[in-house]
Design a protein around this ligand. Structure first.
Ligand code: P5A
Length: 441
C-alpha cells in the first residue's frame, strides 16, 4: 500500500477525552473515530488489526471443533420473554419498536437466539456435541462507556455456544473452549490468565475470565506468579481427547487466581508472599457453564440413548475482539507509540523513502516494494514528500514490527537500514540482503 493513496488520518494533538494510552494511541494513529459515546467507526488501520484478531480467533475456534454461523444484531423481544431475561436485563439493553409496534432489541448477547436455532433443528444426542459460534456486533448501553474501544456500547464479540447431552460432556465442551482460549491469546502475543469469575446476568455455576495484566485494567486481580510461565498447549492438542483437555485445564486452574469479585483472602494468604502477584487486568474473554438454564426455559430437548427426552446442557464462551485491539496496545507500547505483535500488526513492514522525488531513491523503493509484496509481505510504503523526522515519528507511532529506511546517502554505499520497532535494533544491509531476510520469512 502506498501511503499517498491510503487513508491514515493521524492526529497531531492528543485528544483530551482519551484517559488511557491505548485510546490516545488509537486516536492519534487514525485507527478509530468516535461517532457517539462508546460507538466507533473503524478506519483502515484499525480495521486491519481487528480483522487479524478475528482471523486468529476463527482459526482457533474451528480447530477446537466449533462451527461458524452468523446471527443478526437485531432480535425479537419474544425470545427474551421466553427465557425471562427481557425484564431482568435492565437499562443495558437497547430496546427498539418496529413500525408494527413489535418489541425488538439490539442483541447484547445471543443465548436465547442460538437456543432457538438449536431447538428448531436438533432432535437427537447423535448430533451432539455441537458448538456454534459467530463474530457479531453487540450493543450494551453501558452506564459509563470509557477507555475507547475497551468499554464501548457497540462492540464486537465472538460468542460460542455449546450443546451437550449431560453435565459431564458439557464439562468437556467447556474445557475445549478453555484450552482454545489459551492458544488464541498466546497467538496474539499477549499473556491472558484464566481466573475464577462471577457469572452475572449470563448465569450458571462455573465461569472463568481471561485477563491480560495491565495497570489500566478495570479489574483487580490476585494470582500466583507461576501463571507467567505456564506452558501454552501446542497446535497439536487433541480436542477430542477429554483426558488431555482436563489435564491442561487442571494445570491452568491449579495455582490461585481470582478477580477482586471472587477473591478469597484466606486462600490468598496461603500463597507464599514472593509468589503473590496482585495487579490489575483487562478482561478479554469470559466463559460460562450454565447447564439447562436456557434449555429448560425454552424447551430445548434431545432424545438420549435411553429414548427419553433430555434438556440440553449448555455453555457460552465470549471474546472481545474490539476490546482486544486496545488491550494489546495497553500491553505493548512505548513512549513513541504502538508496538504490534507480528501476528496482529496491520502491515508487516513500513518502507520509508527519505527522498521522494529523487529518481534513484524512488527506483530503489519501488524495487523493494515490489519484491517484498511479491514475497507475500504486506508493506506500507511511505512515498510522501514529508520530511524524514515526521516519517520516522509516524512509523513509530503506528508500530509496524519492522521498518526499512531508504535514502540517497545509504544507497550511495549500496545500503539501506532495517529497524526493528520493538528492540530499536538497526542493521545496515544491501537491498538484496534485506529482501532475502524479510521476504524469506
Ligand atoms: C459469553 C458469550 C457473555 O456475554 N454470552 C455470550 C457471554 N459474556 S461477557 O463476559 O459479558 O462478554 C464477553 C466478552 O465481550 C467483551 N465485552 C466488551 N468489549 C467491549 N466493550 C464492552 N462494553 C464489552 N462488554 C463485554 C469482553 O471481552 C468479554 O469478555
Amino acid at each position: 500500500m502506498y501511503l499517498s493513496k491510503y487513508f491514515l488520518p493521524n492526529l497531531k494533538e492528543t485528544p483530551k477525552e482519551a484517559e488511557i494510552v491505548s485510546h490516545r494511541l488509537m486516536l492519534r494513529s487514525g485507527m478509530v473515530r468516535q461517532q457517539s459515546a462508546g460507538i466507533y467507526s473503524w478506519l483502515p488501520l484499525g480495521l486491519k488489526v481487528l480483522r487479524k484478531i478475528e482471523g486468529i480467533i476463527r482459526d482457533e475456534q474451528n480447530r477446537a471443533g466449533a462451527v461458524e454461523i452468523l446471527m443478526p444484531t437485531i432480535q425479537s423481544a419474544d425470545l427474551w420473554r421466553e427465557s425471562g431475561r427481557y425484564d431482568v436485563y435492565g437499562k443495558e439493553m437497547l430496546r427498539i419498536t418496529d413500525r408494527h409496534k413489535r418489541d425488538m432489541l439490539f442483541g447484547p448477547t445471543n443465548e436465547e437466539m442460538v437456543t432457538d436455532i438449536f431447538r428448531s433443528y436438533v432432535r437427537s444426542y447423535k448430533d451432539l456435541p455441537l458448538n456454534l459460534y459467530h463474530i457479531q456486533w453487540k450493543f450494551r448501553d453501558e452506564v459509563r462507556p470509557r477507555f475507547g474501544v475497551m468499554r464501548g456500547r457497540e462492540f464486537l464479540m465472538k460468542d460460542a455456544y455449546s450443546f451437550d447431552l449431560d453435565a459431564e460432556q458439557a464439562r468437556v465442551a467447556y474445557n475445549r473452549m478453555f484450552v482454545s482460549y489459551l492458544r488464541t491469546f498466546e497467538r496474539m502475543g499477549v499473556k491472558a490468565i484464566p481466573m475464577r469469575a462471577d457469572t452475572g446476568p449470563i448465569g450458571g455455576d462455573m465461569s472463568h475470565e481471561f485477563l491480560i495484566l495491565a495497570d489500566t485494567g478495570e479489574s483487580g486481580v490476585f494470582c500466583h506468579r507461576d501463571y507467567l510461565n505456564l506452558p501454552v498447549p501446542s497446535g497439536d492438542v487433541d480436542f477430542d481427547n477429554a483426558d488431555q483437555l482436563q489435564e491442561i485445564v487442571s494445570t491452568w486452574t491449579g495455582p490461585y487466581a481470582a478477580t477482586d469479585e471472587m477473591h478469597d483472602e484466606s486462600e490468598w494468604q496461603s500463597v507464599a508472599k514472593d509468589d503473590q502477584l496482585a495487579a490489575r487486568g483487562i478482561e478479554v474473554g469470559h466463559i460460562f457453564h450454565f447447564g439447562t438454564k436456557y434449555s429448560d426455559a425454552m424447551n430445548a430437548k434431545v432424545a438420549g440413548p435411553d429414548g427419553a427426552e433430555h434438556p440440553v446442557h449448555m455453555g457460552s464462551y465470549g471474546i472481545g475482539p474490539s476490546r482486544l485491539v486496545g488491550a494489546i496496545i495497553e500491553a505493548s507500547h512505548d513512549e513513541n507509540g504502538i508496538i504490534w505483535p507480528e501476528s496482529v500488526a496491520p502491515f508487516d513492514l513500513g518502507l520509508i523513502n527519505l527522498k521522494s522525488g529523487d529518481a534513484d531513491t524512488d527506483a530503489a523503493c519501488e524495487n523493494i516494494y515490489t519484491s517484498l509484496t511479491n514475497a507475500g509481505l504486506d508493506v506500507l510504503y511511505d512515498d510522501t514528500d514529508q520530511r524524514a523526522g515526521g516519517k520516522f515519528a509516524r512509523m513509530d507511532l503506528i508500530g509496524l514490527p519492522n521498518q526499512l529506511i531508504v535514502g540517497p546517502r545509504g544507497l550511495a554505499n549500496g545500503e539501506i537500514e532495517l529497524k526493528n520497532r520493538k528492540t530499536g535494533a538497526r542493521q545496515s544491509l544491501t537491498i538484496e540482503a534485506a529482501i532475502n531476510q524479510l521476504g524469506g520469512k
